[in-house]
Design a protein around this ligand. Structure first.
Ligand code: NAD
Ligand code: MN
Length: 484
C-alpha cells in the first residue's frame, strides 16, 4: 500500500484506505492511503516550517536538486510510464513521452531559477538603487486532475520549487496510486519542501485552499471547482492560478488540406478518449469542403482501434470511470433528442464489456443552443458544424464561455493574421493542434482560467514582487520636514 508523504516521512492515512482501479480491466491495482483534514494541516505545517531554509538555498544548489528530479524521471521512465498506463488507461507511447517531457520541464525551470531574480531600473535619485525584486510566495498548494497526473503536477511543482516556494501536492481521487509513487522523485529534497497527500477534494483539497498559511493555490481541474476555489481564496487574498475546462474549436477553411485537417481533428478529438482539456470539441468547416471533410473524418474514426493503453496497437483508450462515461453518453443522447445525428459511435463498444470504453463519436445536425456545443464534453465526441465561411467560423468559435485552445487549418496568411489576433483563446494553434513547448505559456481565457503555466510567465506566477528603493549615500533630503 502506497502511503502519504509528509515532512519527509511516509505515513499511513488516517482515513480508510481507498482502492486504485485500472480503467482498462476494472481490476484493483492496489490500496492507497487516504489523508484526513488533520494530515492536510500537518502537511501545510511541514511546508511552512521548511520554507525559510529552502528559500535561502543558493539558486545553483536548488537547480541541482531540480535536475536530479529530471534524472530520476528519465532513469525510471519505463516504470513510471507503465504505472501511468495502469491507472489512467492511456497508451504507453504517450506516457513515455509525458515522462520525458516532465523531465524537460524540470531541467527548464532548474535553469530559469538560476537566471532570474527581477531587474534593476534607473532611479530618479542619482544616489539610489531601484530594484524590482522577485521573491517566493511561501507555501503553494498544487491541486491536480486525473487526466494528466504527472505532467500537470510537474508544470506546477517545477516552477514553484525553482522560485523558492515549498509545496503540498493533492492529486485527483481517480489517480492516487501513480501519484503517491512520485514521492520517489523528491526524496533528495530537505524534509517538508515537497509533501504529497491523497484525499477527498471537498475535505483535504478544501483544507489546503482555506488554510491561512497557504499563500498560493495552483489548480488544474473543472471550471466549477475553480470558481469555488477562487471565491474561497478571496478571504486571505491568496494568489490563484486556475487551469480549467474548455470547448475548443477547430476551423477548417476551404483552402486547407482536407485530409490533413480530418486526421488532425480525429487526433485532437479522440486522444486519451477526449479526456484532454484542449481536446477539439467543435469543428467548424467551410460549406464548400464540408461534404468531403465529413466523409473523411467519419471514415478515419471508424478505423480507429479501441483498446487498452498497454497494447501498442490501441489508439482510443478507455475513459477513467463509468460515471464519467455516463455523463458523456447522456450529453450525446440529449443532443440526439434535440435533433442531432450520430454518424458513428455514440455507444459503449459491444465487443468491450470490460473496461470503461466509449466509441469515438461523430455528431452532425447541431444547433448553437444545444448543450453539446455549450458545455465541456470530457469524452470522445466530435461535433462537426458547416459554416458559410471564415467570418462565421470565427464568430461561432468565439461564441463560448470558454477560451482555452483553438486550431485553424488554412494556408492563407491573411486568415491566420486575423485569427491569431481575434480568437479568444490562450493556446492558439495553426495547422497542428495540441503541440506544446515548455518554454512558452499555456493557459486559458474567459472561464478556462486565470494565469499561465510554463515559460517565463509560468515562473512569474510563483513569485511575488517587491520594489526596493535603496538610498546608498544616505543623509537627509531637502524635501523632508526641516528640523530647524
Ligand atoms: P475536478 O475539478 O473534479 O478535480 C480537480 C482536483 O480538485 C482534484 O484533485 C479534486 O480532488 C480537487 N477538488 C475537488 N473539489 C475540491 C474543492 N472543493 N477544493 C479543493 N480541491 C477540490 O476535475 P477533474 O475531474 O479531476 O479533471 C477534469 C477537469 O479538469 C476538466 O474540466 C478539464 O477540462 C480540466 N483540465 C484543465 C486543464 C487545463 O490546463 N486548463 C488540464 C487538464 C484538465
Ligand atoms: Mn475536452
Amino acid at each position: 500500500m502506497r502511503r502519504l508523504w509528509i515532512d519527509g516521512n511516509q505515513i499511513p492515512g488516517d482515513e480508510k484506505p481507498r482502492k486504485a482501479i485500472n480503467p482498462a480491466s476494472e481490476q484493483v491495482i492496489d490500496e492507497v492511503s487516504w489523508a484526513s483534514v488533520r494530515q492536510a494541516n500537518a502537511a501545510v505545517e511541514a511546508a511552512k516550517k521548511a520554507f525559510p531554509k529552502w528559500r535561502r538555498i543558493p539558486a545553483n544548489e536548488k537547480a541541482e536538486m531540480l535536475h536530479e528530479v529530471a534524472r530520476r524521471l528519465r532513469q525510471n521512465l519505463e516504470e513510471i510510464a507503465e504505472e501511468l498506463t495502469l491507472e489512467t488507461g492511456q497508451t504507453m507511447k504517450k506516457n513515455r513521452g509525458y515522462v520525458e517531457w516532465s523531465a524537460q520541464c524540470f531541467d527548464y525551470f532548474a535553469e530559469l531559477g538560476r537566471h532570474y531574480r527581477g531587474r534593476v531600473i534607473p532611479s530618479p535619485e542619482g544616489s539610489q538603487l531601484s530594484l524590482v525584486l522577485k521573491v517566493p510566495l511561501g507555501v503553494v498548494a498544487a491541486i491536480i486532475p486525473w487526466n494528466y497526473p504527472l505532467l500537470l503536477m510537474v508544470w506546477k511543482v517545477a516552477p514553484a520549487l525553482a522560485a523558492g516556494n515549498t509545496v503540498v501536492i493533492k492529486p485527483a481521487s481517480y489517480t492516487p496510486w501513480v501519484s503517491l509513487g512520485f514521492t520517489r522523485l523528491f526524496e533528495h529534497f530537505p524534509p517538508g519542501v515537497v509533501n504529497l497527500l491523497t484525499g477527498s477534494g471537498a475535505r483535504v483539497g478544501e483544507t489546503l485552499v482555506t488554510h491561512p498559511d497557504v499563500r498560493m493555490i495552483a489548480f488544474t481541474g473543472s471550471t466549477e471547482v475553480g470558481q469555488h476555489i477562487m471565491r474561497q481564496a478571496a478571504d486571505d487574498m491568496k494568489h490563484i492560478h486556475l487551469e480549467l475546462g474548455g470547448k475548443d474549436p477547430l476551423i477548417v477553411c476551404e483552402d486547407a488540406d482536407i485530409n490533413c485537417a480530418a486526421q488532425a481533428a480525429v487526433w485532437a478529438g479522440f486522444l486519451n478518449a477526449g479526456q484532454v482539456c484542449t481536446s477539439v470539441e467543435r469543428v467548424f468547416v467551410d460549406h464548400q469542403v464540408y461534404p468531403a471533410f465529413l466523409e473523411k473524418v467519419t471514415e478515419l474514426t471508424k478505423q480507429l482501434v479501441i483498446g487498452p493503453g498497454i497494447d501498442p496497437t490501441s489508439q482510443v483508450t478507455p475513459m477513467i470511470r463509468p460515471e464519467e462515461r455516463e455523463k458523456v453518453d447522456l450529453q450525446v443522447k440529449q443532443s440526439v433528442d434535440d435533433g442531432a445525428e450520430i454518424l458513428t459511435g455514440g455507444r459503449v463498444p459491444p465487443d468491450k464489456p470490460t473496461g470503461f470504453y466509449y466509441e469515438p463519436t461523430i455528431l452532425t445536425g447541431l444547433a448553437q443552443e444545444m448543450e453539446i456545443l455549450q458545455e465541456e464534453t470530457f469524452g470522445p465526441v466530435l461535433p462537426i458544424i458547416p459554416v458559410s465561411g471564415f467570418d462565421e467560423a470565427m464568430q461561432r468559435a468565439n461564441q463560448s464561455k470558454y477560451g482555452l485552445g483553438a486550431t485553424l487549418f488554412t494556408n492563407d496568411a491573411r486568415k491566420v493574421q486575423r485569427y491569431m489576433e481575434e480568437i479568444e483563446a490562450g493556446n492558439v494553434w495553426v495547422n497542428d493542434p495540441l503541440i506544446d513547448n515548455v518554454a512558452g505559456p499555456f493557459g486559458g481565457m474567459k472561464r478556462s482560467g486565470i494565469g499561465r503555466e510554463l515559460g517565463q510567465e509560468g515562473f512569474e506566477e510563483f513569485l511575488d514582487t517587491k520594489h526596493v528603493h535603496w538610498e546608498i549615500e544616505g543623509g537627509s533630503k531637502p524635501w523632508w520636514f526641516s528640523s530647524g
